[in-house]
Write a protein that binds this ligand. Structure first.
Ligand code: ZN
Ligand code: FE
Length: 269
């Protein structure tokens, strides 16, 4: 079986994902923050929309759903949350859900929001895929709007424990800025230095850097590396307290809030 995934760029840096089984005409869209680009993509590709999938309630991920669902004619899957009133099929951690013969596993990943879900598929395809919204990004992770650092760390660990060949379909093109920050946290990470150079070249041509894959993230994403000496050392320096708590959760907390204040371009490369 083969899975086709199409990228729909939208707004400034969002990606909506449109997927279907190769040869099938019915497709599912993930996180359509706007209807217009989705309708254009469907027309161009000759596909029809069979289902809508949401990872969390932020407007840039659900804004297009009322228009696309055609007054409830097309099923809308997403977290059980009063913030997404038009979900017709509420999902929760551990659920399995099928779209056009493709079976996904639902993983709760609270942190960016409390209702955040990720969708993982690993059977019958070359490489597993995960649609993870604003949880794990290439080189970074989502901001903590609703959850605690501990919650987000646990959510990231759930994703980090998937098959390392998994392709990560996140919802934003933030990679370049994320890697700039990552390089400040881990200046000694040569895999990171190399990746940053590649990504800078890609972005200079306007080429997308998503999907990324889990193996690459494990080597270069500081938010998945909070138990490693250089990340701990940087967090400790940033925090400045003499009796620094070097637990993974505290290291994560420090670098996440550091990233919140970090201005890309503020430091020499
Ligand atoms: Zn969001
Ligand atoms: Fe978003």
């Amino acid at each position: 079986m083969s899975l086709k995934i199409h990228r729909i760029p939208a707004f400034r840096d969002n990606y909506f994902w449109l997927f279907h089984q190769d040869g099938a005409s019915g497709a599912t869209v993930v996180d359509p923050g706007d209807a217009e680009p989705v309708l254009r993509a469907l027309a161009t590709l000759g596909l029809q929309l069979d289902a809508i999938l949401a990872t969390h309630h932020h407007p840039d991920h659900i804004g297009g759903i009322p228009a696309l669902s055609n007054l409830g004619q097309i099923p809308v899957y997403g977290p059980y949350s009063n913030k997404i009133p038009f979900v017709t099929h509420p999902l929760a951690d551990g659920d399995r859900v099928e779209f056009g013969g493709l079976v996904f596993q639902v993983i709760a990943v609270p942190g960016h929001t409390l209702d955040h879900l990720a969708y993982y598929m690993s059977t019958d395809i070359d490489r597993p895929v995960v649609f993870c919204g604003d949880t794990l990004f290439a080189g970074g992770c989502g901001r903590l709007f609703e959850g605690t650092p501990q919650q987000m760390l646990e959510s990231l660990k759930k994703i980090a424990s998937l098959d390392s060949r998994t392709l990560i379909y996140c919802a934003h093109e933030y990679t370049q800025a994320n890697l700039e920050f990552a390089s400040v946290v881990e200046p000694g990470n040569t895999a990171l230095t190399q990746r940053r150079r590649q990504v800078d070249l890609l972005r200079a041509n306007g080429t997308p850097t998503i999907p990324t894959d889990l193996a690459t993230e494990l080597k270069t994403n500081p938010f998945l590396r909070c138990n490693l000496p250089e990340v701990i050392r940087s967090a400790k320096l940033r925090d400045g307290s003499t009796n620094f708590d070097a637990s993974e959760a505290n290291v994560f907390r420090v670098i996440r809030s550091w990233k919140d204040k970090f201005q890309p371009g503020s430091r020499p490369p």
